[in-house]
Write a new protein. Structure first.
Length: 117
């Protein structure tokens, strides 16, 4: 079946619309389906119910068991990686600390000698 043109769709809508202008929009008729009936209504899927309820207070035990299992999967660093990582952090802290100290001294000078004069 060929697709309808825009003009054909407008004409079909004009025939099916009531004569009242400015009224509420009319719901389009139900589309036919392959078996000739109306379009089936969709119902929400049923929610699966919880299969197993946990005893109150067992959450902490379950958490510790799962945390221990995750810690077993961790690839822990060797001594060389630990030392080099620590050195990188210390150097970064020194650089940031020096920058903050320098910035503090600059603003202290600006406040004391420029703003308070």
């Amino acid at each position: 079946m060929a697709r309808q043109t825009r003009q054909q769709r407008r004409a079909r809508r004009a025939q099916s619309q009531p004569a009242l202008a400015g009224g509420p929009p009319v719901r389009p008729p139900a589309r036919p389906t392959a078996n000739g009936g109306e379009e089936p209504r969709r119902e929400p899927a049923p929610r699966p119910e919880a299969e197993e309820r946990h005893v109150p207070g067992s959450g902490a035990v379950h958490f510790v068991q799962e945390a221990w299992g995750e810690l077993k999967k961790v690839e822990w660093p060797n001594q060389h990686a630990l030392v080099s990582g620590t050195a990188v952090v210390l150097v970064a802290c020194l650089i940031v600390g020096f920058y903050l100290w320098l910035n503090d001294e600059l603003w202290k000078y600006v406040v004391q000698h420029v703003l308070l004069r």
